[in-house]
Design a protein around this ligand. Structure first.
Ligand code: NAD
Length: 437
């Protein structure tokens, strides 16, 4: 099929590249000229495993191209996928300005058979609004075909997830349009669920809300474990073996972040309020997460008193391993708080350093290696569980730190490993390990 993808971020670029890989002819359109220039030269502006190689292969095969020119990009397209950002507006709702600006740009280039597929996460009723908007803004002679196909890929394994996702959701009211989108996705061989537009929109929000709830649930249990003298890792294993509960998303830690959970939770909560049905479970999920993201700072204060004059090595900045994305990363409030308290900060992240420099306050040091970040620091604070950090030898922590103390916000090491390591160890929901003598 001839496809256009609007927006070349984590979702749009990965989707465009993967759809070209399975034989479609794909044009990706973005208003960010720098991004387009990089992409035209085979360089991925984002970090995702395997993405850049696949991008180059398909550029070379001429299955894929990039432009910022809507007219050129939309010529002869059967399907247009919308994958622009829908960030959080200050009132909590999703900010749909980029989405409607893309719709305005698309409208003049639509023909009777074009199908618009919304991959962006949008509030319930938005797909109907898009159709109405197009029909009021230039498309008068035919009925606009719109399909909702929300995206479920995970940053950090986005290419893998596109080929091996759990399900594809296709919502729409026009059977022929739904069938075309089904055919587009069939080669991935992933189970497809067909539904109406509103249910498709709802599935996306309900999925993220449930996953966020699972995280806040286990974090709440972790905090209780600390009071009870229990070990949350064993508790997670013990409850996760019950198939009705499931073992995934039960790792206690320093809270969730990222470009999706915080804003999607906020959007569905705002929607609930708007329709006069407050979502009290989700409001508490949010509150528990906010508390969780400052927990490491509390643990540091408990150990050191006021952190002024101390230096901490923050290991991991990205909101999760495998990505360079810093949006709503739990490292941000932690570092802000430590810097405001007068602490010195060294950081290490294998992918997110450049993005972090635009977000973190002045005075933060960026190290190229873990050794360098730890050198002369009073303690290490693990915020993102990159494999490289999990594999880092405990002896090297001891060698480089002034005080052998680790605050582990991702429970990277087992208590067995830490016992007798000569390192004071504070993790989440598990007993602290103090040094003897
Ligand atoms: P992103 O911010 O990484 O990328 C959005 C891109 O859209 C940017 O490159 C931006 O320049 C471009 N853009 C903005 N306005 C445009 C316009 N008018 N025309 C063309 N391009 C325009 O966003 P993302 O993380 O890829 O998320 C996109 C959507 O997918 C969001 O709704 C998000 O909630 C949803 N989603 C994201 C993920 C994820 O893991 N990131 C997963 C599932 C769903």
């Amino acid at each position: 099929m001839n496809i256009a993808v609007i927006g070349t971020g984590y979702v749009g670029l990965v989707t465009g590249v993967c759809l070209s890989h399975i034989g479609n002819s794909v044009t990706c359109i973005d208003i960010d000229l720098d991004k387009i220039a990089k992409l035209q030269n085979g360089l991925s502006p984002i970090y995702e495993e395997g993405l850049e190689e696949m991008l180059r292969t398909n550029l070379h095969r001429k299955q894929l191209n990039f432009t910022s020119d809507y007219k050129k990009g939309l010529t002869d397209k059967d399907v247009i996928l919308l994958a622009v950002g829908t960030p959080q507006h200050e009132d909590g709702f999703a900010d749909l300005s980029a989405l409607f600006s893309a719709c305005r740009a698309i409208a003049p280039h639509l023909h009777e058979h074009t199908i618009i597929v919304t991959k962006s996460t949008v509030p319930i009723g938005t797909n109907e609004r898009i159709k109405q908007y197009m029909e009021q803004n230039g498309v008068q002679h035919f009925s606009v075909k719109i399909v909702s196909a929300p995206e479920f890929l995970r940053q950090g394994s986005a290419v893998h997830d596109t080929f091996h996702g759990d399900r594809i959701v296709i919502g729409g009211e026009d059977p022929a349009a739904v069938q075309t989108v089904e055919e587009l996705y069939r080669p991935f061989n992933i189970p497809i669920i067909k539904t109406d537009l509103r249910s498709a929109e709802m599935i996306k929000y309900a999925s993220n809300a449930f996953l966020a709830a699972k995280i806040s649930f286990i974090n709440e249990m972790a905090n209780l474990c600390e009071h009870a003298g229990a070990n949350v890792a064993d508790v997670s294993q013990g409850i996760g073996m019950d198939r009705r509960i499931g073992k995934h998303f039960l790792s206690a830690g320093a809270g969730y972040g990222g470009s999706c959970f915080p804003k999607d939770l906020s959007a569905i909560i705002a929607y609930g309020r708007d329709v006069d049905y407050p979502l009290s479970i989700l409001e508490n999920v949010q509150a528990v997460n906010e508390r969780q993201t400052v927990l490491l700072a509390e643990k540091i204060r408990k150990k050191f008193g006021h952190p002024e004059g101390k230096t901490f090595a923050i290991l991991g900045l990205a909101f999760k391993p495998g990505t360079d994305d810093m949006r709503n990363a739990p490292s941000i409030p932690l570092i802000n708080e430590l810097i405001e308290s007068g602490a010195g900060i060294n950081t290490f992240d294998p992918a997110a350093t450049e993005n972090a420099k635009n977000i973190l306050p002045k005075g933060v040091n960026y190290a190229g290696t873990i050794d360098e970040a730890l050198a002369g620091a009073d303690g290490a604070v693990i915020v993102t569980d990159w494999q490289q950090i999990k594999d880092y030898p405990l002896n090297s922590f001891k060698k480089h730190l002034v005080n052998p103390v680790i605050f582990d916000g991702r429970n990277c090491f087992s208590l067995e490993q830490m016992n007798g390591s000569g390192i004071e160890y504070y993790s989440i929901g598990r007993p602290a390990i103090h040094l003897k003598g």
